[in-house]
Design a protein around this ligand. Structure first.
Ligand code: ZN
Length: 208
């Protein structure tokens, strides 16, 4: 609701300048876009576009750990890398993967770590933020149908532990259950909601 209210305010009071502000705010948001998860046609609004966040450049040893496919039964070679696709009327980059699977499919921890936050948002629906053991990276799982029984903040996770189930909560199309999965390199202050997205795809799938 927060974003919808801002949009109304922006359109009504500040016009184009307000919309530009909204678009730039959205780009910095770690949360999912996902409304266009499987959308094939988009109308291009007359909105000013914002610069795309540059891909993160890492020095050796600084990158995230290898990840386990967070949706059970999915072959990593079959997923589509939608990290660079533009969403939200071409105002921001997706910055995540959409992993399609039947509703109720198990979602498991992609790495060891800690449940940092369980959060419900308009866009992401039921979400989990998990930090890696070094608290350098945060893994973000969105649109869950439900959490695993007993899942709680502060819980220590092992790679492969059940955390929830694939669903369509938030703004996911109701007929296209999927996991919106993001990997965020946290800012130095280690707040779970701020950081820079890195493409999970090469961490999940390495062609031979
Ligand atoms: Zn998505």
């Amino acid at each position: 609701m927060r974003v919808a209210k801002k949009l109304g305010w922006a359109a009504g009071v500040a016009g184009v300048a307000g919309l530009a502000w909204m678009a730039s705010e959205t780009t910095q948001n770690v949360g999912p876009d996902t409304s266009a998860a499987v959308q094939t046609t988009r109308t291009k609004p007359a909105l000013p576009t914002v610069p795309v966040t540059p891909r993160m450049l890492l020095t050796p040893g600084e990158g995230p750990r290898p990840l386990t496919m967070p949706v059970e039964g999915i072959d990593p070679s079959t997923i589509h890398d939608s990290f660079d696709e533009m969403r939200g009327g071409d105002t921001r980059r997706h910055d995540a993967l959409d992993i399609l699977a039947p509703r109720g499919t198990n979602v498991v921890a992609t790495d060891d770590g800690t449940v940092k936050k369980l959060f419900t948002s308009v866009a992401g629906g039921l979400t989990v933020y998990q930090c890696d053991p070094d608290q350098r990276y945060c893994y973000y799982y969105a649109h869950l149908d439900a959490y695993a029984m007993g899942l709680h903040e502060g819980q220590i996770l092992k790679r492969g532990d059940l955390i929830g189930y694939v669903g369509t909560t938030g703004n996911a199309p109701k007929d296209t259950p999927h996991l919106h999965f993001a990997v965020i390199r946290l800012d130095p202050d280690r707040r779970w909601w701020t950081g820079m997205a890195t493409d999970p795809y090469p961490l999940l799938y390495r062609p031979r």
